[in-house]
Design a protein. Structure first.
Lengths: 372, 169
């Protein structure tokens, strides 16, 4: 009997594929079920937000920053605010900074919840997704009470935040945290240590620490490779030095260091740390104003600066160039998802097609943040 | 090391190929001769005192009379960073790629090529990344005019936004 002839297939995955978070497309060259290469094709959600910034002015751009990453919009708000404040030398009142941290950390929990839930769903476990969406809804309710919106918050302003915490909100938030901490245990019992789940994730998409830095991976993806680096701790901004919290890193407990399981577990553990920060912030929040006095026609001096914020998807860099007028000359956002997409082509060689889904989910890429 | 010390160290190594140093707050930067950028990048990556292991950000800015490519370098080992720039002419701007030093440059340079039209010599995959492949022009250039339609899809609103702010430059 003669040997069977085999040939390489070129497959299209996306842009409307259930496991591509948003609209992403991959051109997959595969030999049977094993991929030779997956070439990412992005840009389906490109709205040219950086160009819009040049046309709407400093204050007018704040609502647009929400759309850079609508899963954790507090951080994009904060990044834009911080870039303007750094250039103009504005100091945010202490209470304003606390409000920012509280809103942002709630948003981080919501973002990580969606990430770990969607990851379980991509792998085939439907139930956890319903659990995390239930929890995320409660956080959305809290944030809605704070700023009136559930996704695109537009909560922060240049010089602080738009509104103080509403009466009784602090107690509600603390009550929610009391409810949330045991939920995390429940969630872990439901899916995290499930044998099938662990085996689907362990040893898949292993990234070495050197590669992670070379490809500029950030946030949980970087920490999962064993690098203890968190902008909140290491380039301390806002009031984060006031709080005690751990920076969880991957340890390769389930397979190799830097595999998908490590990235998943880092996110789970970060939610517990965020909860810790929130408890301290809600306890320590000082009285006072929440918004600095900033002139209505905001014009920072000519110059340029870059700031870095630890968003849900990691270190987000805002590069701002001002020419001294009321409109920014150039704004550039370097996002975690954009960097993470760059490494997929390298990691995909030799991976099964089903594992590509795991890999995308574990890197937690969000399409609007890649394309802006 | 402070950003200015890093720049001084590069200056002492490369002399007049560092064209200009700005110590303006908050972020000082050095302007490098475009022909020397790969050499400077490689030196900063390999020098144990600097050990810039990460190209944290690369972006382009159109200043109407020139185009600048800006590099934000960072060292996880020493936890310090520095900013480099190259100034390019607006007509056919071109500079060597840094992909060989930092892999993250690959996608960021594709983005600059796409949105500002800077050609990166020696880049392995110089294609548009965000805009459609048949798009004409580079949107982040200051003189870019949005076409009225794209493949029969209109880009103009039927009821235009009323500009309350009439003082727009």
């Amino acid at each position: 009997m003669s040997t069977l002839r085999t040939e390489e297939m070129t497959l299209n995955m996306g842009p409307q594929h259930p496991s591509t978070h948003g609209v992403l497309r991959f051109v997959v060259r595969a030999d049977g079920e094993v991929m030779r290469e997956a070439i990412p094709d992005v840009g389906y959600l490109h709205r040219s937000i950086e160009k819009i910034a040049e046309k709407v002015g400093y204050r007018g751009f704040m609502p647009y920053t929400d759309r850079v990453d609508y899963v954790c919009a507090m951080f994009t708000n904060q990044g834009w605010g911080m870039a303007c404040e750094k250039l103009a030398g504005i100091e945010v009142p202490k209470r304003g900074e606390y409000c920012r941290v509280i809103a942002a950390e709630f948003n981080r929990i919501a973002s990580h919840l969606l990430s770990v839930g969607a990851m379980a769903m991509d792998i085939g476990a439907m139930t956890p997704f319903a659990h995390v969406i239930r929890e995320r809804e409660m956080i959305n309710d809290l944030i809605e009470e704070l700023c009136g919106a559930r996704l695109t918050f537009n909560y922060m302003r240049i010089g602080g935040v738009a509104w103080d915490l509403p009466p009784g909100w602090r107690e509600k938030a603390l009550a929610y945290l009391d409810h949330f901490d045991p939920i995390l245990e429940e969630y872990n019992a439901l899916i995290s240590w499930n044998k099938i789940y662990v085996e689907r994730l362990a040893n898949v998409g292993v990234i070495t620490a050197a590669d992670a830095i070379n490809y500029n991976l950030v946030g949980p993806n970087l920490r999962a490779c064993g690098i203890k680096w968190d902008i909140r701790k290491d380039i301390a901004y806002s009031v984060y030095p006031d709080f005690e919290f751990e920076v969880p890193v991957g340890n390769g407990q389930w397979g190799k260091l830097g595999d998908s399981m490590d990235r998943y577990v880092v996110r789970i553990r970060e939610m517990a740390e965020s909860s810790k920060i929130l408890r301290q912030a809600l306890k320590k929040i000082p009285p006072g104003a929440v918004l600095a006095k900033v002139v209505r026609n905001f014009k920072p001096p000519a110059g340029e600066c870059q700031i870095r914020v630890e968003s849900g998807r990691g270190d987000m860099g805002w590069y701002l160039v001002s020419d001294g007028s009321g409109y920014p000359w150039r704004v550039h956002v370097r996002t975690g998802s954009f960097a993470a997409m760059g490494i997929i082509q390298k990691l995909s060689a030799g991976l099964m097609i089903a594992d590509l889904v795991t890999l995308i989910a574990s890197l937690d890429v969000i399409a609007p943040e890649i394309d802006r | 090391m402070e950003a200015l010390q890093i720049i001084e160290r590069v200056k002492s190594r490369f002399g007049d190929r560092v064209l200009e140093i700005s110590d303006k707050k908050p972020d000082p930067f050095a302007v490098i001769d475009p022909k020397a950028i790969v050499e400077v990048g490689r030196f900063m990556n390999e020098d144990p005192e600097l050990a810039m292991d990460c190209l944290s950000n690369e972006s382009g800015v159109d200043y109407k009379d020139r185009i600048e490519v800006v590099y934000h370098l960072f060292s996880y080992q020493h936890r310090h960073g520095a900013v480099l720039k190259v100034k390019l002419p607006r007509d056919n701007p071109s500079v060597a790629t840094l992909e060989g030093v930092w892999k993250s440059a690959n996608w960021m340079e594709r983005e600059i090529f796409d949105l500002l039209g800077v050609n990166f010599e020696g880049h392995s995959d110089m294609r548009r990344i965000l805009m459609p492949e048949d798009w004409i022009g580079h949107p982040l250039r200051k003189d870019f005019v949005e076409p009225p339609e794209y493949h029969g899809i209109s880009t103009v609103r039927e009821s235009p936004i009323v500009r309350l702010d009439t003082k727009k430059k």
